[in-house]
Design a protein around this ligand. Structure first.
Ligand code: ADP
Ligand code: MG
Length: 276
């Protein structure tokens, strides 16, 4: 599949929506980050949207591509439900190009989304997603790919092409084992650029000094930790109302720290720091 794309088209598209900050980015600096997990409901889509907001807030042009076919949710989470006219389904059917299927998130500078097809059975080749990402690398510093849960081959094919795989788990032992299964498969396929996010961690457990649980999770999954996100109602409120997280919330601080670590900043990983 060919993605008809030019700087000119993209400029027109976004200029029309009030984005005057268009610029090409350094292709080789651009990073594709895939968020994945073995189990559903671990928070992949929430992480995509909050990480997107965090990176965009730091002035980094960020595009989220939603691949959870038939189970679109990021339009609600990012507050663009009524703005999305075209999605990835239109692109795959050849009805528009990827720029036309890109929607600017009005409440954030620098944040854009390509929503998942509404058809759960839409067919996509990993190669097509790769072509789309390669084209979009020219215009976005970060491309975040939201995946469906599970271990089907197409998810692996798409995810393993990323510059960084963020394996996401909750402390639930079933999720942890599934995360291990996913990560083992990526290692087997030669992808060593994996980091672990532990989501929905109860802050009270930390106040009670039950930190060994986290070490056990990291050891079981066998992937280096990049961040811990508290179980925080502010995530539920922000994602259901299509708002940004309040900067005073624990979750905001957790996402801010993860977005900086992704850029290579050396911030303390201790969850306790968040609670101070
Ligand atoms: N850190 C968190 N704290 C509280 N609730 C969360 C957190 N992360 C995700 N959730 C909630 O968990 C549910 C599933 O999240 P979602 O991002 O849709 O998961 P997935 O994409 O992995 O299926 C949603 O109701 C979401 O609001
Ligand atoms: Mg999801």
């Amino acid at each position: 599949m060919k993605c008809a794309l030019s700087a000119h088209i993209l400029f027109d598209l976004h200029a029309g929506k009030g984005d005057t900050s268009f610029r090409e980015v350094n292709f080789y600096m651009s990073k594709i980050i895939a968020i994945t997990s073995g189990k559903g409901g671990t928070g992949k889509s929430s992480i995509c949207s909050e990480l997107g907001f965090s990176l965009a807030k730091q002035g980094l042009r960020t595009l989220i591509i939603e691949l959870d076919f038939g189970l679109r949710c990021l339009d609600i989470m990012l507050g663009v439900k009524n703005e999305v006219k075209y999605d990835l389904g239109h692109v795959l059917r050849g009805e528009c190009d990827i720029t036309k299927a890109t929607t600017k998130v009005p409440i954030a500078e620098n944040l854009f989304i390509v929503c998942a097809p509404e058809d759960p059975f839409a067919k996509v080749e990993a190669e097509t997603i790769k072509e789309i990402c390669t084209e979009m690398r020219k215009y976005y510093e970060y491309i975040i790919v939201d995946t469906s849960a599970g271990t089907n081959a197409s998810v692996f094919d798409v995810v393993e092409q990323s510059d960084l795989i963020l394996i996401n788990t909750t402390p639930d032992p079933v999720c942890v084992r599934d995360a291990r299964t996913m990560s083992d498969e990526f290692y087997k396929r030669g992808n060593k650029k994996q980091r672990l996010i532990i989501n929905k961690v109860n802050p009270d457990l930390f106040k009670a000094d039950l930190v060994t649980d986290l070490d056990e999770i990291i050891d079981t999954v066998g992937v280096q930790l990049i961040g811990v996100i508290p179980d925080d109602d502010e995530v539920v409120i922000a994602t259901s109302k299509g708002r940004q997280l309040p900067s005073s919330s624990l979750a905001f601080k957790a996402f801010d720290a993860i977005s900086k670590r992704i850029q290579g900043e050396d911030l303390p990983l201790s969850f306790k720091v968040l609670l101070q």
